[in-house]
Design a protein. Structure first.
Length: 401
């Protein structure tokens, strides 16, 4: 138990941050902080704070050496943006955990409510940690690659080739495979399957609390998909071409240096080929005339301004519930949905219509059908739907005859 107040510990971190940063660097390089190095840092800064470091549980002793506790190590790592690149095997553990939790959620979706809610929370935690791990890896790999491109550490070309090949083989290509949504075993593909399942359950589950949990999970997966897609583009569009260029340039320069060391070992090819040519074609007059001739009888051009990007539609359940209650009693529920959506936006999609159907499951509403032959046709942007004709009433409000 920590006896000090939280504000006291935060003030301590702020006051002695330079000491903590040096200890962080030592642990980052050597995994632990050697006893001699620990004492040297305190002596260098002239700070006798060993007792507070132990009392506030910032540092713990490992045999004769020391280490920053994991929570403080990750805090400093995040503040300094100095992340250790994770091996793809380390990121894959999130995929195993996500797969197992999803399997248990599907199997027990109609079983114990509390266990289902806890599994949904645990799944959300694993998805967030996976997204954070991918982002940290992309940041670190991009920084390492830029340092290698600029040759910050002044290494020779042969070592640059080795480092570039190492990053590609053990980090970049495996990570790109993990993020490839088209790969059946990738984590991104698993998240897509979970998203489809959560989307279905958030609309038709009986329990309100569980429906809200599936709703939160669905929106988290949408955000995660956007984040993972952004990191995947960084890998394929920026990181991989940059590091491939480093490897190619280094190979060319290394070969050229080896040639200059002993230029008489082989006969070099002719690098320059003498050839007399004109800077423009001898048919330039006819080509120019033909080019301008095509515009002499052209029609007037009409330029359409780009339409503003439409905002993403959000199902505001409370708002639609209030509108529904105001309109009670309703003799044709889906016709009401159609008019409601048309009053807001001419674009009626299957997603919007099906989202409104969750209002039918509210406890304070009573839903009755005329008969199996009474149906209504609703037209959306992508389909013509044949839906049942439903009456909706509420306690104290009689249904229309």
């Amino acid at each position: 138990m920590i006896k000090a107040e939280p504000k006291t510990i935060l003030s301590f971190l702020w006051t002695y941050f330079e000491v903590l940063r040096d200890l962080f660097d030592l642990q980052q390089d050597n995994e632990v902080i050697r006893k001699e190095a620990f004492q040297a840092v305190l002596h260098q800064h002239k700070k006798d704070i060993k007792l507070q470091l132990m009392e506030y549980k910032i540092v713990r002793q490992v045999n004769d050496d020391y280490e920053l506790r994991d929570v403080y190590y990750k805090l400093i790592e995040f503040i300094l943006f100095e992340f250790r690149p994770l091996l793809p095997e380390e990121i894959d553990k999130f995929g195993n955990a996500i797969t197992e939790l999803f399997r248990k959620i599907k199997k027990g979706v109609d079983s114990d409510r509390d266990i289902l809610l806890e599994r949904l929370k645990a799944l959300s935690v694993q998805i967030k940690e996976f997204s954070d791990a991918v982002e940290k890896n992309s940041i670190r790999l991009l920084n390492e690659t830029r340092d290698l491109k600029g040759n910050v550490h002044r290494i020779d070309y042969r070592e640059k080739i080795q480092k570039a090949s190492f990053w590609i083989e053990y980090y970049i290509i495996p990570l790109n495979r993990i993020l490839d949504v088209n790969h059946s075993q990738s984590i991104s593909n698993k998240l897509l399957n979970i998203s489809e399942f959560a989307n279905q359950r958030r609309l038709n589950y009986d329990d309100e609390g569980v429906r809200q949990a599936f709703e939160k999970l669905y929106h988290l997966l949408i955000q995660t998909n956007d984040d993972v897609l952004r990191q995947s583009k960084i890998l394929t569009n920026e990181l991989l071409p940059l590091i491939e260029r480093i490897r190619t340039e280094s190979q060319i320069l290394t070969g050229w240096i080896e040639f200059l060391k002993n230029p008489y070992r082989v006969t070099p090819p002719k690098l320059l080929k003498m050839e007399l040519d004109s800077p423009y074609s001898n048919k330039i007059y006819l080509n120019t005339f033909e080019y301008f001739e095509q515009f002499t009888g052209s029609d007037d051009a009409i330029i359409d301004e780009d339409q503003d990007e439409t905002e993403r539609w959000i199902f505001k359940k409370k708002k639609y519930k209030e509108e529904l209650v105001k309109s009670l009693p309703i003799v044709n529920f889906f016709e009401w949905c159609n008019k409601q959506l048309k009053s807001e936006d001419k674009h009626i999609t299957n997603e919007k219509l099906f989202a409104l159907t969750c209002l039918l499951f509210e406890d304070d509403l009573e839903v009755t059908a005329y008969n199996k032959d009474a149906t209504v046709k609703i037209k959306t942007e992508t389909a013509n739907l044949n839906v049942p004709k439903l009456k909706v009433t509420q306690n104290g409000i009689p249904a229309e005859s």
